[in-house]
Each structure stands twice: as C-alpha cells, then as structure tokens.
Design a protein around this ligand. Structure first.
Ligand code: C5P
Length: 228
C-alpha cells in the first residue's frame, strides 16, 4: 500500500511549504486537485518535482465528457508527465476505452483510475441519478473500467475487496477517508484507519487533514510509512 497525500491547503505557498518538510520521503504520492491545478497550473507540478523528483503526482481532475474530448484531455495530461490521473466511470466504457487507446503511444503512460461513486452521495441521492444502490453500481463501474483497460478505481475502503473480487486482485483501489490512527473524521462519512485499509487490500490510502493539519506532518508521515 502507498500513501497518497491530499494537497488541499489554501495557497500554493502553503502546499509547497508542506512538501518542503516532507522532501526526504521518496516513496509518496501527492494528490493535486481542481483547486490547485486550476489556480497554479503546470508550473505548480514542476515546483513539486523540483522539491523531490521522486514524488509521484496524482492529478485528480475526474474527467467526464464525450470520448474524443476525454482522450484529448488525457493526452495533454500524459504530456504533463504526471504518474496518475482519473476519469469518471459514469462517462462510460467507450469513453474509457478511447482514453486508453489514445495513451498507447506513451511508453510511460500515467496510471488511469476511474471514480466509481463519489463518497458524498447518500443512497437516496445516488439512486436518483443512477437508479441503483451504491455498492452494486460501484462494482459494475469497476467492472466496466477493468474491461476498458484502466488500472484501477477510486472507491471507499469498504468497497475495495468487493471491487477486487468483481475484477482482479491486481486492479488498483485508491481510497480517500483514511484516518491513519483513528483521528477526527471531519466531514467524511465512512472513515477507515491504516490497519483496516491494509486488511481491505487498499493500494493507495489518501490522507489529507491528518497530515497537513498535524503540528508535525513529518512525524506522522514517518509513522504511517512504518506501518505500510
Ligand atoms: O482531509 P481528508 O483526508 O478528508 O482528504 C481527503 C481527500 O480526498 C480530499 O482531497 C477529498 O476531496 C478527496 N476525496 C474524498 N472522497 C472522494 C473523492 C475524493 O474525500 N470520494
């Protein structure tokens, strides 16, 4: 299992300062989301790499559009040199296949994950859009993503094993809502600690606030990496 740190601080300077304190960790993933990327762009990715070229970047832009537009965006993302990005599985199998075909020309293409069900949904609001319960649909989205040639999915810790059973044990799961040692769940509904994430065969544990709000982020990252 790998640690993926959500870079959700308010400003670029704060995000970079956090990474400066973590620059001696080589084997970590950095999740860059909408806010940072829209505001700070490609230059921000370069600044992250300048702090430690071994940092792996996950560009969390959740693409959702018609197949050709998604493939165009995927190609531009691959040109950025990031190590992982994601799309919405609900864009459909054809869109995901078109993305993967477009990436064939990259010898070192980024990993591609699909978002199954956003964890902000409750069953009622989810059913209004997808006409199904979350677990059933998440497994179906995962199966579609697997068949389209993607590398894995974004899901909750509690769906990780279900998804691997419905696809393949090597199909990657990236799970937000991790509270490594039982910290405050904040606004997350379904949280899991590192031990549970390991038991559920999670491949990437996404941790934001427990790291960047800690008085000593370096210490907590070291502690997490020890347990992985
Ligand atoms: O601070 P915390 O550890 O809760 O951060 C979790 C990160 O994962 C945030 O960047 C959040 O936007 C993201 N995320 C999530 N649930 C999803 C997808 C992404 O919490 N389903």
């Amino acid at each position: 299992m790998k640690l993926c740190i959500a870079l959700d601080l308010e400003t670029k300077e704060q995000n970079l300062a956090l990474l400066e304190t973590l620059k001696n960790f080589d084997d970590i993933w950095i999740k860059v989301g909408f806010r940072s990327y829209i505001r700070d762009g490609k230059e921000f990715l370069e600044q992250i790499k300048a702090i430690n070229p071994k940092f792996n970047i996950f560009l969390d832009l959740k693409l959702y559009d018609i197949p050709n537009t998604m493939a165009d965006a995927a190609e531009e993302i691959a040109n950025l040199g990031v190590q992982m990005f994601n799309v919405h599985a609900s864009a459909g199998k054809i869109a995901m296949q078109t993305v993967m075909q477009r990436l064939e020309k990259f010898p070192n293409r980024p990993l591609v994950l699909a978002v199954t069900a956003l964890t902000s949904f409750d069953e009622e609001n989810f059913a209004e859009i997808y006409n199904a319960d979350i677990k059933t649909k998440a497994a179906q989205f995962a199966k579609n993503s697997f068949e389209a040639g993607l590398d894995g999915v974004v899901c909750s810790t509690f769906e990780s094993k279900l998804i691997k059973n419905a696809t393949n044990p090597n199909f990657l799961t990236l799970c937000p809502g991790i509270r490594p040692f039982g910290e405050d769940s904040n606004d997350q509904q379904r949280v899991a600690d590192i031990k549970t994430a390991k038991e559920e065969a999670v491949d990437f544990a996404v941790v934001g606030r427990p790291i960047y709000k800690a008085s000593n982020p370096n210490e907590i990252v070291a502690k997490i990496l020890e347990t992985l």
